[in-house]
Design a protein around this ligand. Sequence first.
Ligand code: HEC
Length: 324
Amino acid sequence: MSTALRTIAAAGIAALFASPAAHGAGINWASVPGKEVVLFYPGQSSWEWALTTNDMSGAEDFRKGKNCSTCHIGEEKDMGPQIVSGKPRVFKTGEKPSIEPTPIPGKPGTILATVKVANDGTNLYVHLDVNEGAQPDARQDPAYATKVTVMFDNGKVSEANRGGCWAACHDDLTNMPSAQGATRTMYLPRTRAKLTRQGGGDALVAPDQLAKLRADGYQLEYWQALLNPGQPARAATQLVFDKRDVAGPSIVTAEGTQSGGTLSVTLSRPLNASPPYSSIAPGNTYHIGFAIHSGHAARRFHYVSYERTLVLNSGNADLVAVRQ
Ligand code: HEC
């Protein structure tokens, strides 16, 4: 093939992957600095597990005010491979039991992502370049090879401000140690009448208390891109409150393109939104966590990140969504 023809062919392939009405097309991602985020395989480490000193040595310091991210960002590349193996875990202080009773053979322990965020005055864009590595087919979700999710905390969920996604991950969710066969999706701690080492079960606080929590913005948004190679991304908008549930109207858009070993995903959402959502405004600090289900995985068999802070335009945060 002549060089000219090859160039045309390459341009054609690029055009195939880029959706013509691409949201975020106006963002010049090349000019936005990327932050490396390591997502690791968390096994059955629940909120309650992390708050129990015998299970997680940092529990006491977490209760005293130290966030998960303070102790753990930078350690994910050691954590993931050790947890995903399903074997007892080895630390300087000794050995601890496995927190993965049903390991997926050959599954990598971590996924690297480069995260970029931006806004154009109308939408917030979260862009991830992800290298999934060689993923075995877990055969848990035949419909989608990969799901890339952002958990967005408007700052009103104190547990998520401090503990990111773990605020919603409880010991009695589906496939977690205290589920006893029950099906239960993510929920926030204060929706439960009582929280024990086993989680909160199904007993909720009184309806007027639930209504007050809702009115106070005590919820997490869940923005998801559902992906298959060679197909346009699908987007899902959900909310986590007393359970994880599809939210309406759907306000999230998703794009995904694959090039070589890199999956590029952009999730976006309008800055201004009416209830059940809250608007995203400059001057506030938001908290986000990332999750990736890879290799047709479902439910808890995902990779997760520790929490990161996010601000619009300018300010002091892990991720600054600069205006373009
Ligand atoms: C004061 C520091 C500190 C804080 C805060 C902390 N941890 Fe830990 N964490 C540790 C230490 C030390 C270990 C080593 C293993 C052990 O002894 O439990 C650990 C282990 C872990 C592990 C297992 C790692 C592995 O390789 O198996 C996970 C998962 C974890 N912590 C999650 C969390 C979460 C989630 C939070 C917040 C809710 C948190 N940690 C807060 C210190 C901390």
